[in-house]
Design a protein around this ligand. Structure first.
Ligand code: PNS
Length: 163
């Protein structure tokens, strides 16, 4: 049984994240989408809201025999990966600019938990510029983000803006 975690802030989930989940699903039997509880970062969505949104969207994607689980965590990703019994940490690379930061994290996580490998997957070109923070900024300023985030995410961002 090969288990991986896909950690992130997911504030909110984008189509780029979904692309990475789809791409990683043939490699593992189970992937835990691990949502970081980071209230100090002043997220747009609470960790509960982010998990709920992801749980609503995941059934729509085709992942074959791979089970997808949504969970939240606080503290170190490496600790969460070990406690989950994961063999790997999945991260997406969109462009060269991501690599330096991701490499530092992968090396630190390996130092903390040497038996857990980081697996980098290359995101689809069409999502190479998509990040949660860019989506929030553009949407908040009245720009269109359709096709870049799931429709449910767009609807929830609209609700947030109104409230
Ligand atoms: O989606 P993000 O914001 O790029 O995800 C970053 C994340 C959550 C993977 C990273 O910030 C993280 O692992 N945070 C948990 C704390 C931790 O383990 N820090 C040391 C990383 S080497």
């Amino acid at each position: 049984m090969k288990r991986a975690i896909f950690p992130g802030s997911f504030d909110p989930l984008t189509n780029g994240h979904l692309d990475i989940i789809k791409r990683s699903s043939p490699l593992f039997d189970e992937i835990i989408i691990a949502v970081l509880n980071n209230p100090e970062k002043n997220p747009m969505f609470s960790v509960e809201e982010r998990c709920e949104l992801i749980r609503e969207i995941l059934p729509e994607i085709e992942t074959g025999k791979c089970d997808l689980i949504v969970d939240s965590f606080s503290g170190l990703t490496a600790d969460f990966a070990r406690k989950s019994g994961a063999a790997a940490i999945v991260r997406g690379i969109r462009a060269v600019a991501d690599y330096e930061y991701e490499l530092r994290m992968a090396l630190m996580n390996r130092r903390l938990e040497p038996q857990i490998e980081t697996v980098f997957l290359v995101a689809a070109e069409e999502f190479s510029y998509v990040s949660s923070s860019l989506m929030k900024q553009v949407f908040t300023l009245g720009g269109r983000v359709e096709g870049l985030v799931p429709a449910q995410v767009e609807a929830k961002m609209r609700e947030k803006l109104k409230s």
